[in-house]
Structure formats: C-alpha cells, structure tokens
Design a protein around this ligand. Structure first.
Ligand code: ADP
Ligand code: GN1
Ligand code: MG
Length: 372
C-alpha cells in the first residue's frame, strides 16, 4: 500500500519528533512491511526517520512484537554502553516513542505504525557485491546473536508461531496445492517434483529438533543479507535491522538465511536460472564471517549441521514462495506476474546447487572449524 505524504505527516505527528515534516518516500525492498524514509527540518538541519506500517495481517500481536523489539534493542544498547562503544546510535535501532509514550501508534483505520531513527551513511545490499560485504553481514548477524545470548527472562514471544516449521508449512503447501484456487497448479509440476524429492531435508532437521539434539536460542530468523546496514565509509556491517522475527529459533536458521541470500551473485528473483548457483568463495566468506562471531558459542552439533540448515531454510522459503504463488500472491509483495514463482525457482535451484557441492562445502567446515 502506498500512503500519501499528507496521510503520513499526520501519522508522524503522533510521534515525539521535533521540527517540521518535509517529505516522505517509500524506502527499501522488504517483502512484508510498508517502509518510508521521512524527513524533518530541525532548526537549520534536516533529520530522517524510518516510518513503517507493520503488516498486522502477518504479525497479529503488534504490542507483543514491539515489546520484543524494545527489550532486544535496550539489551543491546545497554551492553554497548557498558563496553563504552562509540557511535551507539548507529549500531542498534532506536525506537522513537509516541507522544503518549508507546513504541507504536495504532491509527483509526486499524493500522499500526512505528518509527526508528534513520541510520545515515549506511546502506543495505539485496545482493552483496563483494566477499568483504558477505563476510561483514555474516559477522554482524553472528554478533547480534551473541549479544542476545544473556537476554533476561521472560522468553520473547513468538511473533509468528511455527515460523520456520517446515513440516507444518509442507502440510499447508499440500492443502493449497489441492485447493488450487487460482488454477496455477498446472504451471508448477517440476517444482512439486523437486520439493517431493528433497523433502527429506525437512524431516532430518525436524528430527534433530524433536529429539533435543539442537539447541533453541534467541535468533533473528530473517537474516536476509539486506537486513544488515553496512557502513558507507568503513564497509563494516554496523547494525542488524528488521527485528520483527527475533524470537526463539535455531542458529542454523540464521546461518541458512545468510547463505540463501549471499551465496549466489544472482538476485532472489533472477529469471535466468543459469546465473543462479552456489559459489564457493561466497560460501567461504559467510562461513568465516559468521564463525568469527558465532563461533564463540556454537556447539559441535550445530557446526555439523550448518549445511543442512542452509538447505532447509532455502527449501522452506522456496516452498513459501510457491505456496503464495498458488494462493494468488497474498503474503509476499510482488512487482510482476509470476514473481513468487520466479523466486521459488531460484531457491530450488540453489538447493540443487548446494546438493551438488555439499561434500566440498562440508570439507571446508570440517577442516577449519571442528575436528572429525
Ligand atoms: P521489511 O520487513 O519490509 O523487510 P525492513 O525493516 O527490513 O522492512 O526495512 C526495509 C529497508 O529500510 C531496509 O532494507 C533498509 O534499507 C531500510 N531501513 C530500515 N531501518 C532503517 C534504519 N533505521 N536506518 C536506515 N535504513 C533503514
Ligand atoms: C520476508 O521482510 P523481509 O523482506 O526481510 C520474510 C522472510 C523471507 C523473505 C524472503 C516475516 O523478509 O521470512 O525469508 O521475505 N519475512 C516474513 O525474501 O515472512
Ligand atoms: Mg527487511
């Protein structure tokens, strides 16, 4: 949904911001929320903020979600202060309060809005352009998880229950395929076959979870590489953003999603599938970056299953795109016909490419990160 500047100006007025509203621009390439960069004039300067309409069809408990985000950002900020870190406002998101002291504003149309301070001189990349960027993004996500390792009780709420539960999502997929409300099942025979051939990936990781062999931690759960802000001057991954899904999860999910979004130089929606493949130097950069930070706390079972986690997340997200395609594109924002099917195809191609190079990838993990 595209909101007009006048409408957004009224929303901004609910937040504790000084100065005058100058303009608003749709911002970023997220698939879920509506994001705007809004500019305010404050004395002789201008200052930008990020205004977001939280997708409350998907996130049904906005107060619970915002409470998670307030707790997580406060915990990280307190730690950075203790470490006497510099530039803290660029290293963790700052939630701007409403005049009434809330972390979000619920408007009369049933929308929920939040505001962050805009972190300037930094940007995100949908497809990382260098191995250094990949390393930095992966290191930043591992570091984020490390910062939250001692978040005090109570547990964060699950903002989307069973978010990465592939077996539940597989059931949903089968039902949607059966119903075929848009008459699109005829276009996806190859994808259904691919999914069926690879669904063992879901059962294997689900088995490790069920038997308690893999630890549940606090994880980000949406570690797309464009959810890290990279510093414009230093190129460092400075701030992890998009905190809606920070909740209990597996480190393997976070590792897997960085892999999914970094190991190919092709975009998530590339149509020329010959460009989509797992590129070994990119894999190595994710591994090095993630383990530079997360290596401090990951255990051997987690290290042994990093590649399984990567296949699991890539396959499950491919399946979610396919489900949405069948359902008439209700969940992920699309910008062209067949967009979700294109996205699904790249994900499945990546799984196939990882399958083919798995031994070599595994060897790299073993040789460098754990014995045996
Ligand atoms: P979505 O959930 O829809 O992906 P995000 O929270 O990731 O939304 O925000 C979308 C984009 O807005 C990000 O990819 C990033 O480029 C930009 N962005 C978000 N928060 C900030 C911020 N505090 N400062 C600067 N840019 C931001
Ligand atoms: C969505 O919000 P965004 O664009 O960072 C989605 C992720 C998917 C991703 C696929 C809450 O992430 O789970 O992996 O699209 N977020 C939600 O690109 O469903
Ligand atoms: Mg995002």
């Amino acid at each position: 949904m595209n909101y007009k500047a006048d409408y957004l100006k009224n929303i901004c007025a609910k937040f504790l911001i000084e100065g005058e509203f100058v303009n608003s621009k749709p911002y970023g390439s997220g698939h879920i929320n509506d994001t705007y960069a809004v500019t305010f004039r404050q004395a002789s300067n201008t200052k930008r903020y990020i205004l977001q309409r939280i997708n409350n069809t998907i996130f049904t408990d906005v107060p619970g979600l915002m409470n998670n985000i307030v707790r997580v950002t406060k915990h990280i900020r307190d730690k950075l202060e203790k470490q006497k870190a510099d530039d803290i406002a660029r290293k963790v998101l700052t939630v701007v309060s409403t005049a009434k002291g809330n972390s979000y504003y619920g408007d009369t149309d049933g929308n929920f809005w939040r505001m962050y301070i805009f972190i300037e001189k930094a940007r995100t990349y949908d497809v990382p352009e260098s191995l250094e960027q990949i390393y930095e993004a992966a290191r930043a996500f591992g570091n984020f998880q490390q910062m939250l390792i001692d978040l005090p009780q109570p547990a964060l709420i699950e903002t989307i229950p069973d978010f990465h539960n592939a077996l539940k999502r597989l059931e949903v997929f089968k039902n949607v395929l059966n119903a075929d409300v848009c008459n699109r099942a005829k276009d996806i025979k190859e994808e259904v076959e691919f999914l069926h051939k690879n669904e063992q990936i879901f059962y294997t990781l689900s088995g490790l979870i069920k038997t308690g062999q893999i630890r549940i931690r606090i994880t980000h759960n949406d570690t797309k590489v464009n959810n890290v802000l990279m510093d414009g001057d230093t190129g460092r991954g400075i701030c992890v953003i998009d905190l809606d899904t920070v909740m209990p999860g597996l480190s393997l999910y976070d590792f897997g999603d960085i892999i999914r979004t970094s190991i190919s130089s092709a975009a998530e929606d590339e149509r020329n599938l010959s460009k989509v493949m797992m590129e070994m130097p990119r894999f190595e950069a994710v591994l090095k970056g993630y383990l530079a930070s997360a290596g401090k706390f990951l255990n051997k079972t987690e290290l042994e299953n990093l590649i399984l986690g990567s296949k699991y997340i890539t396959l499950v997200i491919g399946m979610r795109f396919l489900t949405d395609y069948l359902n008439g594109d209700k969940y992920f924002k699309i910008h062209r016909e067949g967009h979700n099917l294109d996205r699904c195809r790249t994900q499945f191609k990546l799984v196939d490419s990882i399958n083919k190079q798995e031994d070599e990838m595994m060897l790299l993990v073993k040789e460098n990160y754990y014995a045996g």
